[in-house]
Design a protein around this ligand. Sequence first.
Ligand code: PHB
Length: 540
Amino acid sequence: MPAKTAPHDVAGGPPAEAVTPLIRGIAVLRRLTEADGTLSPGALERATGLARSTVDRITATLARMGYVRLDGRDVVLTPGVMRLGNAYLAALRLPALLAARADALADELDESVSLAVGDLDGVRFIHQATRRRAMSVSFRIGDLLPAERTAPGPLFAAEWTEADRQRWRSRRAKDPEDTSFPAVPPRAAAAADDFEERVERARRDGWALDDQLIEPGLVAVSAPVREPGTGRTACVASVVSHTSRHSAADLRAALLPRLRTAVAAMEADLREAAPPQPGPPPSGLATWTTASKHELGREFIESLARGLTVLTAFGEGRSALTLAEVARATGLARATARRALITYEHLGLVAPAADRTFTLTPRVLGLGFPPLSRTTLPSLAEPHLRALADQVHEPTALAVLAPGTAAAADAEIQYTAGAGAGRVLTVDIAVGARLPAASTSLGRVLLADASGPLPPALAEVRAQGYALVDQELESGLRSIAVPVRDRAGRVVAALNVATHPARRTLEDCVHDLLPALRTTADHLQTDLHTASRFTRVPPT
Ligand code: PHB
């Protein structure tokens, strides 16, 4: 497969002060993102044009940072990489302020609703409220679409400068099949030749349609959400459907008025929003990179790690930072921070703004976000369960309260993920299987999070933070479980290790297995909290 090199990736050669390892590391993250999150080192070598030894050192550095893991022979993006996109989305603030309105509109209309921002001559999603249907739209947060094949595109293009229009024309000429937009099917010949007319209409009407420009059957209607004060388009809200539910004309007649009502409420929310609350800047990053360099030596590319920390210096209330603020937040020397910012500006990931500040661009979402934005709790858990099973040589599992049974006296748990330990005598429970909650360690941990008074056994589980069950379900089965909590602190799943009385005493379970379980639960929670900051992570 030929490498997809986006013609808008890089305009001209890098400036003399740009940091080459940072450019290469970003290229690796972009190629992994375009490949939906997984590539072999050989494929990465071909896609980036870098030497194998360079690819290996970059992936070792990214692995150390928690952005990729090595899974057998493959390099795989991990949920940690979403910290980069989260920094952009938090700094932008629009998802935090508007997502609830978009979700409510999707519920009201029973159609998918999205929020998108303009990204040069493209449109990039910052929120998706997707209906779960057999026939549903599959765009993800962070996906980039060519402006001319969308409903939001003409609304953004109505504010383009002549330089923007020039960029759009040259991209269309250079990339006639839209190969630089991996999220969309190839463009049909001569499609979207009426873009300039659609832009004129969008400017006049204040709304725009997509009548099957991406794919036959897919229709959308969009309206701009305007920034208070400037009146510029902050983002565009869209209602998306398919032609067996609504024709494009129908969408406009039936749903545009309700979309506009929701947009008016969004604009009011933006006007009335309290000033952003700056979180603490990430701390100790420079110390961490120095320690990693000592530990990993040649395999760790410190300039790449240092450069990447610059992106996470941005966030809520930290959307426009001066060079001095970036240096302070990261602990990097001013000269190092400056070269990283120059590199990012060249790559289109950072833009200079007013008052000598810098902001992140939507392009930051192209660094790993889309492949991870549709993840589930079981898929987040799998590598952690595998690692735990390998460490303790016992089978591990993840479970939730089975839907609909939670409050009942005969509540059940449902297994959602597991990893075996390669033993002869092992627990043989399939994903999806159900067991009575009251007699399993997993179930007791889940039941112990209920509100209100608890029976003494569950109160004890809650107080000690684990449940140990000895041969109650079945003779010979001993298991210990701990809770997995969401960002709000609610228990959303339980994680256990099962063993046999001949292998471990009850004391062994508490002294050996519990610390390993807790560490695993911490790692899983970190991933869950990162992944669920701006996307919904289903528990099953
Ligand atoms: C989407 O949200 O998936 C969407 C929005 C606008 C389009 C197409 C798809 O034109």
